[in-house]
Design a binder for this molecule. Sequence first.
Ligand code: C5P
Length: 405
Amino acid sequence: MPGGNLLTDKKIILGISGGIAAYKVADWVRKLRREGAGVQVVMTGDATRFVTPLTFAALSGRKVYEGMFDPNDVERIPHISLAAEADLILIAPATAQTIARLASGMADDLPAALVLAHQSPVIICPAMNCNMYLHPATQANLDRLKTYGYRIVEPGRGSLACDTEGPGRLADWSYAKEAIYAALTKQNLADRKVLVTAGPTHEPLDPVRYLGNRSSGRMGFALAVTARRRGAEVTLVTGPSELPDPPEINVIRISSAEEMAAEVLERCQDMDVIVKAAAVSDFRPAEYSAGKLKKAGAGFTMNLTENPDILKTLGERKGKSPLPLLVGFAAESGDFINEGRRKLREKNLDLLAINDITSKEAGFGVETNRITLLNRHGDQEKIPLLSKEDTADLIWKRVADLLAQ
Ligand code: C5P
């Protein structure tokens, strides 16, 4: 996993302020350590009233700092020495008080002093009562923190510990994790708009039956997540997939190839890059029956009509213009390089990722992929067996190079 590699040997300071969600971040310490990061916990005095420092010391394997000065270690001034060593500071949960303190640049507790003294990225995960969160003062403070370049991981909605309903729950780990990965990733797709398609399409035959395929959507979702991580504004148009909406991505769920074509073609003008990882059905039933088809004891023949080739249409519309960059996927067996070259030309693509469908480790439903990349200059790059996330990230590396040319 690239995320795993990204965190290996990274030094993360986890600043905990005094909210009930402090107990939730105990598990985050374990998750960060499992990915190879070293976690140094620092707590405000109020935070230690919710969860004891001993809990975090045991989970992080390190002493927990609470105060500005350590009487047992007079050589070290924690807010300076810890800040100098950190690759990233994560404040979670961030209470309204801590957010206000950070916004006004105060340094009267250890997490706040560390944030002022640091030179590494800062991520803030607010968690509080929804009225406190929605109060204009808190919102203005959060806006201010954004101007300092800090990443804010928006809280989730739901029932809160104080028996109210609304925004204010500490974000789920998956959101915090993505913010951490992004903060440690080169933002070479920043300000770029990308559209990714994913999953299968379902071509309806009657109200209960459809023609589909076994695509899980994993490759396309991994492409969306890794593009966002590099700073892109991402739209994901996906066919039916069990995967949940990834953080900070505009997800559009469709069912058939025609619906996918409509959504993609409507948005294509605005995009810098379009990656078509969806397994679009080439055909659909020629007729749709409004009522459920009944068996009549004499077999059944279905006529099929060809679906629009979305990628080819995009290639035709693009003509000779440099943007959007078009990236296609092709599932092939046999002489896949020559077949790939033909597709690249025919669909006017900039990059084509070819899956060898005869390989058990690549393709539908598995976590890994083994692709060969072809570009429009005829260059061929064999990519080793990687997780789909690593494969996706590597594709974005090549795309970022093409955009920079
Ligand atoms: O020609 P082939 O189906 O192998 O091409 C695969 C590529 O074309 C994929 O990127 C797929 O998303 C795209 N495609 C499409 N519309 C179709 C069929 C395939 O955009 N109707």
